[in-house]
Design a protein around this ligand. Sequence first.
Ligand SMILES: [Fe+2]
Ligand SMILES: [Fe+2]
Length: 144
Amino acid sequence: MLDTIAKKELESLQISWSQDLAIGNELIDSDHRDIFDTARRLQAEITEEEPEYSIVGEVLVELIEHTGGHFAREEALMQEIGFPALEAHKREHALLMQKVNDLHRRFMDGYPNLPMEVAKFIEFGLVRHIMKSDMELGRFMHAA
Ligand SMILES: [Fe+2]
Ligand SMILES: [Fe+2]
């Protein structure tokens, strides 16, 4: 049974990509929009009256795939342009991947607190990473 308070918390989360999240690189910004779209679908399914667990599972897998693919592209770009904070940035990516994989594993184990964990992952994981670390990359690219 999903926790009702946590569901409301997840439901109230505004998951939308906006111009203030733009780092100014087309590839990266479109990847970020794509990740937000997937996260929004996950939010929508989990906060349904009766979530369809097979769909939640599928969307979680998609989120893992989109996030992983994006991180690889972003890291390749950072390597190419000689971004100085590459190693620290890669560690952040690795941690986020670990978190999203953990979410999926716990979901498969029947983890009951999924809405809260998903809300936290999106808000304090993905969004914060883009606003802080990806923004830094954007500034470096524009200064070059
Ligand atoms: Fe990043
Ligand atoms: Fe990114």
